[in-house]
Design a protein around this ligand. Structure first.
Ligand code: ME8
Length: 638
C-alpha cells in the first residue's frame, strides 16, 4: 500500500487572556473543517493549536488575580481546551508555551542561532512601549512620539539586547516568495508582505530584560526571549524539532506533503517575514503555506468589551446549536476579507440555508421514501427524466468545485458549491412532482428513480458538508441508513440499495426572526445595565487623578466636543471631552477636575485624547464635571 499523504495544520496560539470570542473561534473552526476535509480524503493529518503564555501582560493579569503565572495560564489552557471540545474541534495536540517540551526547544533554537551568528548581542537605543513589550524606530512612532500600536507614551531606553539578523535574509526571503507563488494567500496579503520587505528590514530586537515571565536565554539568563520568537517556534517544537523524539517533525514537516498555517491578517508580518527568516537561519526548509483571513466584525466595527458587543461562542451555541455557528462563520468569511456577524443575518441564514433548504430537503425526501416505498430505495436500471441527467451533472460539478475550493482553503466557495446541489435538488422535487407520480400505478419505477436521485444527492451533500457541520452530517447519514463514508464515496450513483430511518426530526427548527431579535435586544439592555462585580485589584487598575484645566477650545466640526489641555502632576495632556453643550471653554480654565489618567489614548476628530473627565449625569439635570477646590493636580483620588 502506498504511504498516506500527510497534512499538518496549525492555528495561531492564542494569548492566554481567557477571551476566546467568535473571532478567534473562527480560525480554530476553519482549521477544524480543513482538517476534517483532509481526513475524509484519506490524508494522515495532524492538527495543532495551543496557547501563547509568556510576557508581561500575562504576568500582570495573573498578579491581578492573585495567581502565580504558571497556575494562571494552566487554568486558561484548561478552559480553552474545554471550549474547543464544545465546538467539536478535533485537534491532535495542544501546546502551551510554558511547557518544558517547548521551552527547551526555544532555548536550543536561540543558542543555535547565536552560534551561527544570526543572533548577536547589541545595544538597543530608542523608544520602547512597555504595554506592547515592543521597540519602535523613530519613523514607526506616531508624530507625537506615542506607540503606533496602542497610542500610549513610549519611553526612551538604552539597553543590552539580542538581535536577529533580518537584513541578511531579506533577499533570500523575497526570492522564496517569488519562486513559491502560493506561499502566502490570498495574493493581496502576499503583495503587502513583498512591499514591506522591499522597503528594507531592520534587525529585530529579540530579547527583553524588563520582565521575568518568559523563556530565559540559556547562556545569559538576565534576558528572556521576545514573546514572538518564543511563540512562532511552537509550530516545530510541538513536532519535536531538536528534541529526543523528532519523528513527527520528520514525518509532518521535513518529509511531509502539506504544512498549513492559518492566521488572521493582524499577525501577517510575524508569520510571513520573521518566521520564514527564522527557518532560513536555522536551515529548516520553509514547508508551510500561509492562509490569511480577515476579521469577524460586528455591524458597528470591531468587537470590543467597552462597546459591550463581544460575542462568545457559548452565547450562540446554547441558543441555536453548534452547527449553525460553524456553518455561519465558515459560510460567511471569504479568504482574505472580513465578514459581519449580526444576529439578524445569522437568523436569516439559519432559516433559509439550514432550516429551509437543507433541513426540508432531507425531511421531505425521507418521508416520501417512507410513504411511497416503505423506506427502501433501490438503484434504478434506467433514466426516466431529463432532469435526472441535469441533477447528476450539477452534483458532479458541485463535487469538483467543492474539492478544488476546500483543497485551497476557500471554505466559503466550497460551501457555496454544496448549496448549488442543495438548491438544484429542491428544484428537482418541484420538477418531477413525486406526489403526482405516486398517484399513477404505472409510474412506480420512475418514482423510485426520483427517490434514488434525491437520496444520492443528499448523501453527497452530507458527505461534503461533514467537515463544516459534522454532527448534522452524522444525523443525515444515519437517517439515510448509511454508515459514515469517506471521499472514496464521493460519486453519484454508488449506493445499490438502502433503508432509510422511519422518522426524522427536523435538523434545524425554523426561528421567529422578530422574537429572536427582541430576545437579543432585551439581553443587550440587561448586560449594559448590570455591570459585573469587580475586585479591589480591578479598581486599583484605574489611575484616578486630579487635573487642572489650563486651556479649552471647541473642536472644529464637532458640536459636542471640547479640546482641553490638562495638567496632571507635572505632565500636560490633551483630552477631548463631550461637554461642549454644558460648558463654555472659558469657564473651564482653572478648574481642578477628577479624571481617569490611564485610559488607552484614542484619536477623536484628529486629536489624541489622553484621559477622560468624570462627570455626574441625572435625568432632567445638566451634566456636571466633578471638581475639587482645595486639592490640586498633585493630589490623588482614593
Ligand atoms: O496574536 N476575527 O494571539 P491572539 C477573526 N499569540 N479572527 C480573529 C479575530 C476576529 N475578530 N480576533 C482574533 C496572537 N482572531 C499571538 C499569536 S502565533 C505564533 C502567536 C484570530 O490571541 C486570528 O486568527 O491575539 C488572529 O490572528 C488571532 O486570533 C490572534 O490571536
Amino acid at each position: 500500500m502506498s504511504k498516506k499523504k500527510t497534512c499538518y495544520v496549525t492555528t495561531p496560539i492564542y494569548y492566554a487572556s481567557g477571551n476566546v470570542h467568535i473571532g478567534n473561534s473562527y480560525t480554530t473552526l476553519a482549521c477544524d473543517a480543513f482538517v476534517r476535509f483532509n481526513r475524509l480524503r484519506g490524508r494522515d493529518t495532524f492538527y495543532l493549536t495551543g496557547m501563547d503564555e509568556h510576557g508581561q501582560k500575562i504576568e500582570n493579569a495573573a498578579k491581578s488575580l492573585g495567581r502565580a503565572p504558571q497556575e494562571h495560564v494552566n487554568i486558561i489552557a484548561e478552559e480553552t481546551k474545554a471550549l474547543w471540545k464544545e465546538l467539536n474541534i478535533d485537534f491532535d495536540d495542544f501546546i502551551q508555551t510554558s511547557e518544558e517540551r517547548h521551552v527547551l526547544v526555544v532555548q536550543k533554537i536561540f543558542e543555535k542561532l547565536l552560534k551561527s551568528g544570526d543572533i548577536y548581542l547589541g545595544k538597543y537605543e530608542g523608544d520602547y512601549c512597555v504595554y506592547d513589550e515592543a521597540f519602535f524606530t523613530k519613523t514607526q512612532l506616531n508624530s507625537d512620539g506615542t506607540c503606533p500600536d496602542c497610542g500610549r507614551p513610549t519611553t526612551k531606553v538604552q539597553e543590552e539586547c539580542y538581535f536577529l539578523n533580518l537584513k541578511k535574509y531579506q533577499q533570500k526571503l523575497l526570492d522564496y516568495i517569488r519562486e513559491n507563488p502560493d506561499f502566502i494567500q490570498p495574493e493581496t496579503r502576499k503583495n503587502e508582505v513583498v512591499s514591506f520587505v522591499e522597503r528594507g528590514l531592520e534587525d529585530l530586537a529579540i530579547s527583553r530584560t524588563t520582565f521575568k515571565w518568559g523563556v530565559p536565554v540559556l547562556s545569559n539568563p538576565r534576558h528572556v526571549v521576545y514573546v514572538w520568537i518564543d511563540a512562532l517556534s511552537n509550530y516545530i517544537s510541538a513536532l519535536g524539532y531538536l528534541a529526543e523524539d523528532d519523528s513527527k517533525f520528520k514525518k509532518y514537516w521535513l518529509e511531509g506533503d502539506e504544512v498549513v498555517h492559518v492566521i488572521g491578517k493582524d499577525i501577517l508580518r510575524f508569520h510571513a517575514v520573521y518566521w520564514p527568516i527564522m527557518l532560513l537561519a536555522l536551515g529548516v526548509p520553509i514547508r508551510f503555506k500561509l492562509y490569511v483571513h480577515g476579521w469577524v466584525l460586528m455591524k458597528e466595527g470591531k468587537m470590543s468589551k467597552s462597546k459591550g458587543n463581544v460575542i462568545y461562542p457559548r452565547d450562540v451555541i446554547n441558543r441555536y446549536g453548534l452547527d449553525s455557528l460553524r456553518y455561519y462563520l465558515l459560510r460567511e468569511m471569504p479568504l482574505g476579507n472580513d465578514c459581519i456577524f449580526s444576529y439578524d443575518k445569522f437568523i436569516e441564514k439559519y432559516n433559509v440555508d439550514l432550516a429551509n433548504d437543507l433541513g426540508n430537503l432531507v425531511s421531505r425526501t425521507i418521508s416520501m421514501i417512507n410513504k411511497y416505498f416503505k423506506g427502501v430505495v433501490i438503484r434504478p436500471k434506467k433514466t426516466y427524466f431529463s432532469e435526472d441527467e441535469d441533477l447528476r451533472k450539477v452534483a458532479e460539478a458541485s463535487i469538483a468545485a467543492y474539492l478544488e475550493a476546500f483543497e485551497n482553503f476557500r471554505l466559503q466557495n466550497g460551501i457555496i458549491a454544496v448549496w448549488n446541489l442543495v438548491n438544484r435538488s429542491n428544484k428537482y422535487i418541484d420538477e418531477t412532482t413525486p406526489w403526482l407520480l405516486f398517484k399513477d400505478e404505472t409510474k412506480r419505477e420512475a418514482l423510485n428513480s426520483v427517490m434514488y436521485h434525491l437520496f444520492e444527492s443528499i448523501r453527497l451533500i452530507a458527505l461534503m458538508i461533514a467537515p463544516v457541520i459534522p454532527d448534522s452530517a452524522e444525523i443525515i447519514f444515519k437517517e439515510l441508513g448509511l454508515d459514515r463514508e469517506d471521499f472514496s464515496a464521493l460519486k453519484f450513483g454508488i449506493t445499490a440499495e438502502s433503508k432509510v430511518a422511519e422518522k426524522v426530526k427536523p435538523l434545524f427548527q425554523r426561528l421567529d426572526l422578530e422574537a429572536e431579535m427582541k430576545y437579543h435586544e432585551a439581553k443587550n439592555e440587561e448586560e449594559l445595565q448590570t455591570k459585573p462585580e469587580i475586585t479591589i485589584e480591578d479598581f486599583n487598575k484605574l489611575d484616578l487623578r486630579i487635573g487642572e484645566i489650563l486651556a479649552a477650545e471647541k473642536v472644529k466640526a464637532a458640536t459636542k466636543l471640547l479640546l482641553l489641555k490638562v495638567k496632571i502632576d507635572e505632565e500636560i495632556r490633551t483630552i477631548v471631552s463631550g461637554i461642549a453643550e454644558y460648558y463654555r471653554p472659558e469657564e473651564l480654565v482653572g478648574k481642578k477636575v477628577a479624571l481617569i489618567a490611564n485610559l488607552k489614548p484614542v484619536k477623536i476628530k484628529g486629536h489624541l485624547s489622553q484621559g477622560m473627565l468624570l462627570c455626574a449625569e441625572g435625568e432632567g439635570k445638566p451634566l456636571e464635571i466633578l471638581e475639587v477646590f482645595k486639592n490640586d493636580s498633585k493630589s490623588r483620588i482614593l
